[in-house]
Design a protein. Sequence first.
Length: 285
Amino acid sequence: MSLHYVALGDSTTVGVGDPMNGSSTTDLSGAGARPGEGWRGWASLLADSLASTHRVTFSNFATSGATVPVVATEQLPSTGDGPIDLASLIVGVNDTLRSTFDAGRIRDHLQLCAEQLTARGALLLTVRFHDHGQVFGLPRWLRRPLWHRIEQVNVAFDDLHARFGGIRLDMADYPEVYRRDFWSVDRLHPAERGHRKLARAFADELAVRGLRIDVRPELDCAYRPPSKWADAAWLVREGVPWVGRRANDLLPWAARMALTQSLPATDGMRLRPKKREELPPVLRT
C-alpha cells in the first residue's frame, strides 16, 4: 500500500529542537531552518514509521516562523493538486505572538487549508494547543492574555475538526507536556523527547483507525535534556533578546489586558483548554 503524506506548519514541523544524528545544529531560533537540514522532527519520525509497512511519499513544506496565513498562501499551493492520504496541519503559535493577530483570519485560512486538503482525500492531523505560558514560566499578567489568544486558535481548530474530522491530539491531555525534558532549551520547540512523543501519539491514533504500522516511533532518546546551566546560558544569550524582539508585538497588548482585567482570574492560574461550547460567545465566532 502506498501513502502520500504532506506536512504543513511552522518550526515544530520543520523539526527544530530534534537534531539529526551527528548534527551540530544549535540555532534554536529556527531562523532559516528547512526540513531535513540539521533537524529531524516528529513529522519525519512519523513518516519513517509509516514506511515500515507502506510505500511512503513524504513532503514537508513547513517553514520556520510560519503563521497560519503563510501556510495557506505559500505552503498549501506548493503541495500541488494530486491525491493526498495524510496531511498534518499544525500552526498558530507564531500568530499569537504578533500584533497582527486576527482570530477570524486564522479560522478562515485554516478552513481553506482543510477544504483543499480533504478534497484531495487527505486525513487531517491536527492538535489542540496546551498552555504555552506555563511551559515558558511567564508571569501571570503575560500568561493570561497569551492563553486568551491560544484559546482562540484552539476554537478555530475545534471548528475545523467538527467540519472535516481527522485525528486531533489535545496536547493538554498529555501530562509530560509540562515536564522540562519534553522541551528543548528554549521551551518553545519540543526536544527530541517531545518530537518522539508527538510522532508516537499520531502513529497510535492511526493504528486505532486500522492503519497497519509495523514499527511505531521509538520513545527512547539519543540526547540528554538541557542542564540547568544550559538553561541559564540560553536565557542570557537568546531568551532575553527574543523577549525584546517580541516586546513591540505582544507586550503592549498584554499590558492593556492586565490593566483592564479583560479576562477573569483563574484559581491558581491552572489553565485548561475548554471545549468550544464552554467558551463565552465572543470566542465562538
